[in-house]
Design a protein around this ligand. Structure first.
Ligand code: TYD
Ligand code: MG
Length: 454
């Protein structure tokens, strides 16, 4: 039997088990159950209070609440993903793979906010102060009045933050913090939860905005940021495809704004540079557009983004043809291939299919269906699309091309970047400088690509 107060906690989903097992019964992850002492600190179980409570104090829904003021950090891409700056007293979790650039981004956020007059602190549990300072200097933030500390003890941090009146505090990372009220090892679910809980409480009480860094982990040795997602007001994910300098900041949860916003950055020698015009970035502008390439006019958050889909359809050398996809959903690819096969008579059964979204962006919009199909057809028929053509539209199982959201914005962005025509759902009006080649069925689009007549 487990020791008194001991329990097995899944480091992936946080579920608590009484017995050890190789696989977590709750989330199915392997080798993630770790023994943790969960004994409560003395005095934590206060006796039930007697007497009358304060009673519920109702307020009307229509009563006016002033919009919370925001801390504008000055890193525009970050501010926009947060919903227009950071809300005082809120807790934000920034998750991402180790080495993606979380510390770099937050140093830039703290430095920029401090230069605009906000009282900022950066507490690192991973690097020494000199390391943090020299990185900030390299990033051109030597003059930013950010208070630095290297500390992992939650008690010291809470004491320190009570003394000074900060507006924005960065804690890097939550997995290095430990509370002496718990016996579990730093990085375990118990510690990560306890540390996050205390810091969030402090944020609410003192009205200071706290940003917690959370490493996303594949193994169960340290707890993933998922276990504290419900405690914080906003969850941001920092992503980057290996080998590309581009980094995408995505809102996954936000109590103060929309969650579909993205911020685009480019990692360079002097830290992260904001990318104001992502369309130019994800387009492969060098040279002619080859067969197999189609430019998708997409929308990410509030912004239209143009990105190139690249397909290669090649005879299969083996019995089972390969399907490989980067930056798009493989299930969606299978569906498009099936529709092309049954509704348009283009077979892929004996051919390998590769589909790639250029620039390391991940596209999840259904509006990309027609662009993916156009790239595939263009490669299969070895017929390039016109250089000045963008594509968008959703494809149904019956082979229809359906209208998508914000079609006007897509056309305007494409026109701005020099495109002159769009392969798009039928009955769509063009905009200035942009004509629409409407297709009501996928077969229409396929015919147009094959004939090269536009
Ligand atoms: P870092 O912010 O330390 O990542 P995280 O905190 O998410 O683990 O960034 C680490 C990577 O960023 C590292 O591989 C080096 C790179 N980098 C640059 O290319 N240029 C820079 O100016 C900085 C500061 C980092
Ligand atoms: Mg770091």
């Amino acid at each position: 039997m487990a020791r008194d107060g001991a329990a097995y906690v899944c480091q992936s989903c946080g579920s608590v088990q009484t017995k050890w097992a190789g696989q977590c019964p709750a989330c199915g992850a392997w080798n993630t159950l770790v023994e943790e002492i969960t004994a409560r600190p003395p005095g934590a179980l206060a006796p039930a209070r007697t007497g009358r409570g304060r009673g519920l104090n109702f307020e009307g829904l229509q009563d006016a609440t002033p919009a919370p003021p925001r801390i504008i950090t000055g890193v525009d891409e970050f501010d926009r993903v947060c919903g227009g700056g950071v809300v005082p007293g809120s807790a934000i979790l920034l998750g991402g793979d180790p080495g993606v650039g979380k510390s770099t981004l937050l140093m830039q956020v703290a430095g920029s906010a401090a230069l605009r007059g906000a009282a900022c602190a950066y507490i690192s549990g991973e690097e020494a102060v000199e390391q943090v300072r020299s990185r900030a200097q390299r990033m051109g933030l030597a003059a930013a009045p950010v208070k630095l500390a290297a500390e992992t003890s939650l008690r010291e941090i809470l004491e320190g933050l009570k003394k000074d009146a900060f507006e924005l505090v960065i804690v890097d990372s939550i997995q290095t913090m430990w509370s002496d009220a718990h016996e579990a090892a730093p990085g375990s679910v118990t510690q990560v939860r306890a540390a996050a809980g205390e810091l969030v409480r402090l944020a609410k009480k003192k009205g200071v905005a706290i940003i917690l860094v959370g490493h996303v982990t594949k193994e169960g040795t340290i707890a993933g940021p998922r276990v504290i997602e419900h405690m914080v007001d906003a969850v941001l994910a920092f992503e980057g495809e290996r080998g590309y300098p581009f980094r995408i900041l995505r809102g996954a949860k936000n109590r103060f704004g929309a969650t579909d916003e993205i911020g685009v950055f480019e990692m360079g020698d002097a830290g992260l540079a904001e990318v104001k015009n992502p369309s130019a970035l994800f387009l492969n502008t060098a040279g002619e557009r080859a067969a197999g390439a189609a430019v998708f006019a997409g929308v990410e958050g509030s912004r239209p983004v143009l990105v190139e889909f690249q397909a290669l359809v090649a005879p299969s050398a083996y019995g089972t043809p390969r399907r490989a996809v980067v930056g798009w959903d493989s299930g969606r690819l299978a569906m498009i291939l099936a529709v092309l096969e049954t509704r348009c008579g283009i077979g892929f059964g004996d051919r390998d299919v590769y589909l790639n979204v250029a620039g390391g962006l991940r596209i999840s919009e259904p509006a990309a269906d027609l662009a993916a199909a156009a790239a595939l057809v263009s490669s299969a028929l070895d017929q390039a699309l016109p250089q000045d053509c963008v594509v968008f539209g959703e494809i149904s199982l019956s082979g229809e091309v359906r209208p998508v959201s914000r079609m006007d914005a897509r056309l305007k962005e494409a026109a701005k970047l020099g495109f002159r025509r769009a392969l798009a759902p039928a009955d769509l009006e063009g905009v200035a400088g942009m004509s629409v080649s409407g297709a009501s069925r996928l077969a229409d689009a396929v015919r147009r690509i094959g004939d090269g007549e536009w």
